[in-house]
Design a protein around this ligand. Sequence first.
Ligand SMILES: [Zn+2]
Length: 525
Amino acid sequence: MRVAVGGFQHETNTFASQEADLDAFLHPDAWPALQGGAGLLATFAPTADGTACMNVPIAGFMAEAPAHAITCAPLVWAAATPSAHVTSDAYAHIAGMMVEELERTLRDGPLDAIYLDLHGAMVTEDLEDGEGSLLEWMRDIVNGQIPIIASLDLHANVTAKMMRNADVLVAYRTYPHTDMAETGARAARLAADIVSSGRRPAKAFRKLNFLIPLTAQSTMSDPGALIYADVSTMTGLTRVPDDGDAIPVLSASAAMGFPPADITECGPAVMAYAHSQDAADEAADRLADAMLEFERHFRQKIWSPEEAIAYAEAASADDRKAGPLLLADTQDNPGAGGTGDTVGVLRALIDTASSALCGVINDAAAARAAWQAGAGARIRLKLGAWSGGAREKPIDGTFDVITLHDGEIDAHGPFYRGAHLSLGKSALLRLGNIHIVVASNKVQTADRAMFTAFGVDPARENIVAVKSSVHFRADFQAMARDVVVVASPGPNPANHLDLPYRRLRSGVRLMPMGPTFQRSRKPLK
Ligand SMILES: [Zn+2]
């Protein structure tokens, strides 16, 4: 069985300031750079014991492939850090390469299926639905003759066009995304099943009509944990219709959506596939009903930084033995289009905390200054707030340079597992009793190596503030006595009522149980 494999991942925050140009895909900070041909096969090849070499869907697909006698024919794989729109130029370039590679692969010999590793929330300067168009082109090239299977992020904003042009869309089931490789493996099993049975599955698609804040989407707590437990049990579920034949549900997925995307089809969705339309519909309805039933439980307390710090300082000595209080600086989460340079939480720590660890602040100029001065030096800096996005002033102070690091760090936590992080020139600085990791590249603080590489142990702190919404939980939650989500100015508002939406569909609730959006009657440009 010969399957073409490729990927094109971007999560677009249409309210953010920095676009993803071609360079963002050629030099991403954490995941591999754009790959094609033999380079793609080598980058994602399974380890010697046959497991996925990194927690990335295409690596999981390739590790599972031999068990189903699947030979992988490489297309193109590219990903960039979440940001504002993908430029038209970058999209045309990479989608163009994908199409060319597919045509070349077809000239080399017949294909049985196509697998694509997609995110499902890509907005370009011209397209609200980058993946829908890509899938449509791929489908047109093969005249719909072979199945197309795509894996999606749990944060996909799934569209009707994506549904129409893929035979199966299968989404992650964890947030933090510890099952990215496993989702790729599930896609490989589905591809093998569809090709060998020769049957295209019936599909059912349901769109939920409310937006879920990222911080409430974690599957390490309810209601996310309950919903995804049901997703897992449902796949492989059999329904016995009147004639007595069992009908398997081939795949069921729930995508929570990526709210900071001003597009018509933003928001959660459910996708189910079975050998009969009835079975697919039944599975999709059950999941959609469960998500709707849980709507009010997706409301979650958001703290001010000062309130969170006061809570941490009030902890008894015994409480503190159970580990730090973690502050999630969600509104500047680089994983959701944040710039990583806001300083609202850091300023509150400097003003009111007795001690704390904070990171990762994205500030290349400050990191360079620390390198020039050297470890042990004391330097005057204006730290952070250089991008202007949050309309803040930088922290103007005298910092001790504690540790320097070239920023080349291997991640070992469950989320970034297997990834090599390139933070650029980096430093651990200290102002009073506040330790701050500063890097030249923006990165979501989702692996404890981002602190331990500098010689500090987050487990020994009273307060640790991280630029992340949920992914940090994978590597940090077990060491913490508690986790609170804080709101400080940044491009990823936890309260969607603060976002100037224009293109959402009318009637969608902006927050769980919240007010509905009404589209202006004025035409959108
Ligand atoms: Zn995601």
